[in-house]
Design a binder for this molecule. Structure first.
Ligand code: AHG
Ligand code: MN
Ligand code: MN
Ligand code: MN
Length: 336
């Protein structure tokens, strides 16, 4: 469904969201303004990522973040760009970023009603080798107009108003849901606009690909080990699944959304809560998967039902095609 370069009816992401938001008479355009600032951040990171190799932006920034990870220059730069863009939108009151230990409470004069949780640069281990990386974000409405507190972001994922990611790959693709399905937009550099290229994305009901870091197999629990074994040595005579693992959640999830299949980041003996962070990795991707007709499971419950207690809390996650996730849910249910 390639956008015709000379089509005159250009559906930009801004126009698309304005159309969607016009269904809410009470909305005063605030969400559209917030989104336009997120889009600005994505455009900036896209150019920075494309120039990183030339601008010597790659390599370690020398500091480590709350996750104890070496912060690469692009991690730091992207975080600053998104924090500044979101604060300047005048529509946010709390920001949670993977790169900041504490939440950012926006000063009164610039405060709005939205809380944004985000991973400014996802897949940073892939920066130096030019493999696709991305940005992930989720948006909550503040619970009520009292002084915002952490409770406004420690909400279950099902309360998110919107979620999305931008993938900086061979093209710059922004995938977004505001709760009415999933749509994909591709940056047209000649216009500097994200154009609708993947309307109404639906994930295939079942897939032929599984996506997991097989290097952790030694530490998996029984249900995950059994499921992966089934993928490789199916008992019902069907052909084995293919393994595709990029190591950037955004890229692995984007492929899963378009091609079908399942993405797993299980718990293991080393990390009982898995590795991925609930607020700005698990929730936004789970939200998108459900909106596209797939599902997302933590090993214990529907991922979007989880209520985080800490802003950098982690959770195991199994997400993707509806039927594939059903199979792993059955294996965990049998364990109980
Ligand atoms: P981030 O770069 O934002 O810290 O995220 C990295 C995450 C995620 O992108 C990916 O799915 C996962 O780390 C890969 O982890 P492993 O290298 O342990 O497989
Ligand atoms: Mn990180
Ligand atoms: Mn990440
Ligand atoms: Mn990150």
């Amino acid at each position: 469904h390639e956008a015709d370069a000379y089509r005159t009816d250009l559906m930009t992401i801004t126009r698309f969201v304005l159309n969607e938001q016009s269904k809410y008479p009470e909305s005063r355009g605030d969400f559209s303004i917030l989104l336009s600032h997120i889009v600005l951040g994505c455009k900036f990171v896209c150019t920075a990522v494309n120039k990183a190799g030339l601008a010597k932006l790659i390599g370690l920034a020398g500091e480590t973040n709350v996750q104890g990870e070496e912060q690469k220059k692009l991690d730091v730069l992207s975080n600053e760009v998104f924090v500044k863009a979101l604060v300047s939108s005048g529509r946010t009151c709390i920001l949670v970023s993977e790169e900041d230990e504490e939440a950012t409470f926006v000063e009164h004069s610039k405060r709005g009603r939205y809380c944004v949780v985000f991973d400014p640069l996802d897949g940073s281990s892939n920066i130096d080798c030019g493999v696709s990386i991305g940005t992930i974000f989720g948006i909550y409405m503040v619970k009520d107009d009292h002084d915002p507190t952490l409770d406004d972001v420690l909400q279950p994922g099902k309360h998110m108003l919107a979620a999305g990611y931008c993938m900086y790959g061979s093209s710059c693709t922004l995938v977004l849901s505001t709760g009415e399905g999933v749509n994909g937009f591709t940056l047209d550099p000649s216009l500097g606009e994200f154009i609708l290229t993947h309307p109404d994305i639906k994930i295939p009901k079942k897939g032929k690909i599984y996506s997991v870091n097989e290097g952790n197999a030694k530490n998996w629990d029984a249900p995950t080990a059994k499921y992966v074994e089934k993928c490789k040595f199916p008992k019902d005579g069907s052909s084995p699944k293919s393994l595709r693992y990029i190591g950037s959640m955004v890229a692995d999830v984007h492929r899963t959304l378009l091609y079908g299949g399942i993405f797993l980041y299980p718990a293991d003996k080393k990390s009982p809560n898995g590795k991925l962070r609930v607020l700005y990795e698990v929730f936004p991707m789970s939200f998108l998967m459900e909106q596209a007709g797939g599902q997302a499971f933590t090993g214990k419950q529907r991922a979007l039902e989880l209520i985080p207690e800490k802003i950098h809390e982690r959770s195991p996650i199994f997400l993707g095609s509806y039927d594939d996730v059903e199979e792993i849910k059955a294996l965990y249910a049998a364990e109980v």
